[in-house]
Design a protein around this ligand. Structure first.
Ligand code: FES
Ligand code: FES
Length: 171
């Protein structure tokens, strides 16, 4: 069967456009509906399902990704609005096939229960540690205040970010 290009596919379907996104250091081209949020484009068109779908109202932080190093709620941003930024999702946290220091710290402390909130929390914590490698407990709590967890009491999550910071490898 002859392969149809993404561009041709976008032109054939009204409401779709060829998006060119930089995700986890790679350029991705996808024919996607212009009304789709970045969250939907990541999950449904790029298959990056690590970014979780929560409230869709900007209230839970589950969908957080980094755009140019800043945490962004991907449910509140259109895919077409994201073409100029460097996007990092949880799939992009591994380095040379090894988990990010934050991921190791969360695993070491058992700070994850169902895990649904954790991708957004990891990315928000990464943005914090990139700016402030030695945050205090209150600074961590403040940075993560927009990330809701339905499972834990937050204590282990805060401890895990502190552990990663204390190990000094998280930058
Ligand atoms: S799904 Fe985006 S903030 Fe809840
Ligand atoms: S670990 Fe379940 S929602 Fe946070």
């Amino acid at each position: 069967m002859r392969k149809i290009s993404q561009q041709a596919a976008a032109q054939k379907e009204p409401g779709k456009r060829l998006l060119r996104l930089r995700v986890n250091g790679e350029t991705k081209e996808v024919a996607a509906e212009t009304s789709k949020t970045l969250l939907e484009v990541l999950r449904e068109d790029l298959g990056l399902t690590g970014t979780k779908h929560g409230c869709e109202l900007g209230e839970c932080g589950t969908c957080a990704v980094l755009v140019n190093g800043e945490p962004v709620l991907s449910c509140l941003l259109l895919g077409v609005e994201s073409e100029d930024g460097e996007i990092t999702t949880v799939e992009g946290l591994m380095r040379d096939g090894r988990p990010h220091p934050l991921q190791r710290a969360f695993a070491d402390l058992g700070a994850t229960q169902c895990g649904y909130c954790i991708p957004g929390i990891l990315l928000t914590a990464k943005a914090l540690l990139d700016k402030n490698p030695r945050p205090g407990r209150d600074e961590i709590r403040q940075a993560l205040s927009g990330n809701l967890c339905r499972c834990t009491g937050y204590t282990k999550i805060l401890q895990a970010v502190e552990l990663a910071a204390g190990r000094g490898e998280a930058q």
